[in-house]
Design a protein around this ligand. Structure first.
Ligand code: FAD
Ligand code: NAD
Length: 499
């Protein structure tokens, strides 16, 4: 049998084809991994009429996002933010009593939220769509067979969606001390008095701030000199100031010489200083987990364990596709979902292409950091300094931010000159970075503008409801595309020095 032979392809639309002899596969598509990418791939392939198997090694579907990532972390972060807001109202004399946080109740609430989200990913919801969910650890035997325990599954095509695991840094002594990762931190039953965090990436700073707001004394150790270095420097600088102001201890640009245990404490020896904690969270990125999948045996190319794919999510083996974190791209749920849909459709014989030109991302620290497209530095590198303009509009001049008493942050828009039209309409929006309350919601207006290749001026021309935070996006755009003397326009006193 070859991929080109008729059988199931297009069967959904052509009843005649259903009567053709099927190849000797029990499934048209077998998806390995039941996280975001795998679930989406299975649904997409099923939607195209393929007979689908979905193999997941944990006894439940949902993967990192539902159980160890986005959902439990944001459930904590939202409570931490509410607690911080209440604290501010106490300081302003509006609330008269300092609220007391019950960590056990926070955890209970978190569990409830995770269960609620997980209900959308119940096995029976997939079975009802004709997808057979198989529990167990999958391993390739050859390019058309996997073994799940004792069971052999034959499929015409496969989608690998096995995700990643927390990376362990090469810190001397680390293997001899107890430490938490994103896999285990959400099981903490008691609030630690002092928490050490290694790594100031998204996980590190989001959770450092949340635990600090719950009442832990948090120290973050990061090897790089700056926070959020993939953004323009003012973004990391602002977040750094906010974290320090709240009492999070930051040790930036530090190498950890040794980790050790001192009684019930964990100690990290840095250059010239030792920091101590009751618990240690290691959040130093992700690592591939494909070693036991048998990919070498079937010739699927990997790079540092991550599966290499093209824009159709095809691997180096014709009938094997891959999607999500396992491909080593952006570790984001929405990217995993997009890739899963592409891989699932292609595995079902359709032609779908990955389009990652406009991918917003949000770091759920407070003030929130949201970005899409190119930062100013990247835009200048790509388009040339003379073809790029960037404007930043401070939240101090956005009325809704003032009303909320949350006027830290800014909206920064990056535009590039068009080839024929030059700076007409304010130029083409090529990126945005928003720091501030609700930035994660605001960024999508910019994402849409980029997706439809809009002139930046369209953001200024669109009437925005007053008083919303979104007016800040309009005000920033009006600096690129002045509308005449309007109150919406940002005048010059809110320049970058005030960010
Ligand atoms: C703390 C934390 C916070 C995060 N917050 C955000 C956020 O706010 N926003 C965002 O966009 N992203 C966030 N992420 C990233 C997001 O969780 C991931 O990008 C997303 O879950 C990736 O989905 P996936 O399907 O590729 O992988 P996974 O969700 O890891 O799924 C892979 C699945 O494959 C299974 N599996 C592995 N090997 C086998 C095998 N051999 N056989 C059978 N099954 C197997 C695993 O059990 C797992 O269920 C966060 C991550 C973490 C850790
Ligand atoms: N809001 C979100 O979208 C969100 C939230 C959490 C996680 N995620 C994703 O999950 C992935 C993993 O997150 P993460 O924070 O673990 O990884 P990360 O790659 O974002 O950050 C890891 C940090 O650890 C530092 N580091 C590495 N080794 C170190 C060492 N030995 N000592 C000190 N510092 C060290 C790195 O310099 C880096 O800053 C990321 O790719 C992220 O995109 C996304």
């Amino acid at each position: 049998m070859t991929d080109a032979e008729p059988g199931w392809r297009g069967a959904r639309h052509d009843p005649e084809k259903r009567r053709l002899p099927r190849p000797p596969f029990s499934f048209d598509v077998a998806v390995v991994g039941g996280g975001t990418a795998g679930l989406t791939a299975a649904l997409a392939a099923g939607h195209e009429g393929a007979r689908v198997a979905l193999v997941e090694r944990e006894g439940r579907l949902g993967g990192d996002c539902t159980y160890y990532g986005c959902v439990p972390s944001k459930a904590l972060i939202d409570v931490a933010q509410a607690a911080a807001d209440a604290g501010e109202l106490v300081r302003a004399g509006v609330l008269v009593a300092e609220p007391r946080l019950d960590f056990a109740a926070v955890r209970e609430r978190q569990r409830r939220i995770v269960a609620e989200v997980a209900a959308d990913e119940r096995v029976d919801r997939f079975s009802a769509r004709g997808i057979e969910v198989i529990h167990g650890d999958a391993r390739f035997v050859d390019a058309h067979r996997i073994l799940v325990g004792e069971r052999e599954i034959r499929a015409r095509r496969f989608v690998i969606a096995t995700g990643t695991a927390p990376a362990t840094p090469a810190v001397p002594g680390l293997d001899a001390v107890p430490y938490l990762t994103s896999r285990t931190i959400f099981d903490l039953e008691a609030l630690p008095g002092r928490m050490l965090v290694v790594g100031a990436g998204a996980i590190g700073i989001e959770l450092a701030q949340a635990f600090s707001r719950f009442g832990s004394h948090v120290t973050v150790v990061e090897q790089l000199e700056k926070l959020l270095s993939q953004h323009d420097p003012e973004v990391g600088a602002l977040v750094e100031r906010s974290l320090r102001r709240e009492g999070v201890e930051l040790r930036l640009g530090h190498r950890i010489r040794r980790a050790s245990r001192r009684g019930n404490e964990v100690a990290l020896d840095l250059d010239g200083e030792t920091v101590l904690g009751d618990v240690l969270l290691v959040a130093t990125g992700r690592t591939a987990t494909t070693a036991a999948l048998g990919l070498d045996a079937i010739g699927v190319e990997t790079e540092r364990g991550f599966v290499r794919v093209d824009e159709r999510c095809r691997t180096s083996v014709a009938n094997v596709f891959a999607a999500g974190d396992v491909t080593g791209g952006s570790i984001l749920t929405h990217v995993a979902a997009h890739e899963g849909a592409v891989a699932g459709r292609n595995a079902a014989g359709k032609r779908a292409k990955r389009d990652l030109r406009v991918v917003p991302s949000v770091v759920f620290v407070d003030p929130e950091v949201a970005s899409v497209g190119l930062c100013e530095r990247e835009a200048r590198e790509r388009h040339g300094a003379g073809a790029v303009r960037a404007v930043a509009f401070p939240m101090t001049r956005v009325d809704r931010a003032r009303i909320a008493g949350r006027s830290e942050g800014f909206v920064k828009l990056v535009t590039a000159k068009r080839r024929l039209l030059g700076w007409a309409g304010g130029g083409r929006l090529v990126g945005a970075q928003i720091v501030g309350r609700g930035a994660g919601e605001l960024i999508h207006e910019c994402a849409l503008a980029m997706r439809v290749d809009a002139f930046a001026g369209r953001l200024a021309q669109t009437i925005h409801a007053y008083p919303t935070m979104s007016v800040g996006v309009q005000q920033a755009a009006s600096r690129l595309f002045p509308l005449g003397r309007s109150l919406v326009e940002g005048d010059d006193d809110g320049d970058r020095r005030r960010l």
